[in-house]
Ligand binder design. Structure first.
Ligand code: IPD
Ligand code: CA
Ligand code: CA
Length: 276
């Protein structure tokens, strides 16, 4: 991997920050004023003019500062140099279903992978005016104050969060069994509808762990850096190195990582545990 100095990462972090804040204004301006809500493909997978405008605003910021970098944007796909070692993963509106319904739980997420590894991330929640930021080796912050993961040591005392992908009606691998099993084993499992906020909530200790399947790199690139820099752990379900294209993530405060991993791997079918 190429050497990126701390100063270089700081510059990229400032660019990510400018991008999410610019898009945040777009989300605020369109709030409860949507005229067009389309379904993209799978039932319930929505796109609004806010998603499109916010993405455009982010791409403009990146093109102004780092035109030589590549971009992977949810609504526009892959843009720019194919060979670049720098790839920005953009989710202009993470939590579109919430936003389209007027439920104020959504965020803008902009992360940078360098040679495939998430290294810089910014997530902005315009509804709480919370800006989460992190870069490798620089720590994680919320509104410029350092943040840390929780100290919860046991799965039975934990509060978790998860989500359900848009293909949930087409597969039995839809996370329903895991959701019920973990609800059984913990103090609760929440479902916010915004993967990036699930990750930042783990990073700042509001939640102890998060898992999900069916995700895309733009949902999680920024959040991964923020959790790791806040002292948390991010892996595949089985504890091995996360593969961004697998769509699966397990992110925790570190203390409950192994027990949550084990629970996910041993989740019984819905029918069997309901009977016990
Ligand atoms: C979705 C949200 C949701 C997760 C879905 C994502 P979108 O992103 O992050 O929490 O469960 O899998 O696709 O469509 O609102 O950008
Ligand atoms: Ca998303
Ligand atoms: Ca989105």
């Amino acid at each position: 991997m190429s050497q990126n100095s701390i100063q270089q990462l700081q510059i990229f972090l400032d660019i990510a920050t400018e991008a999410v804040m610019t898009a945040g204004v777009v989300l605020q301006n369109n709030w409860n004023k949507l005229e067009e809500i389309e379904e993209k493909g799978k039932p319930g997978d929505l796109v609004t003019e806010a998603d499109k405008q916010a993405e455009k605003a982010i791409i403009q910021v990146l093109n102004r500062h780092v035109p030589e970098h590549s971009i992977l944007a949810e609504e526009s796909g892959k843009l720019g140099a194919i060979e670049s070692e720098y790839l920005w993963a953009i989710d202009p509106l993470d939590g579109t279903t919430n936003y389209a319904h007027g439920y104020p739980v959504s965020a803008v997420s902009v992360g940078l992978m360098i040679d495939g590894v998430p290294q810089v991330g910014a997530v902005y929640n315009p509804f709480r005016n919370e800006l989460f930021r992190a870069a490798k080796g620089l720590g994680a912050s919320c509104n410029r104050r350092p943040i840390q993961v929780s100290q919860t040591q046991e799965l039975s005392k934990s509060l978790l969060v998860t989500g359900f992908a848009y293909d949930r009606r087409e597969t039995t691998d839809n996370n329903y069994a895991e959701f019920c099993y973990l609800t059984h084993l913990t103090q609760g499992v929440r479902r916010s509808g915004s993967a990036s906020l699930d990750l930042t909530d783990v990073a700042c200790g509001r939640l102890d762990g998060y898992w999900e399947r069916g995700l895309s790199p733009w949902d999680i690139t920024a959040g991964i850096v923020i959790v790791e820099e806040a002292g948390g752990k991010v892996t595949a379900y089985d504890g091995s190195e996360i593969q961004l294209n697998s769509g699966r993530i397990l992110a925790t405060n570190g203390h409950i990582h192994q027990s949550l991993s084990q629970a996910l791997l041993e989740t019984p079918s819905l029918a069997s545990w309901q009977a016990n």
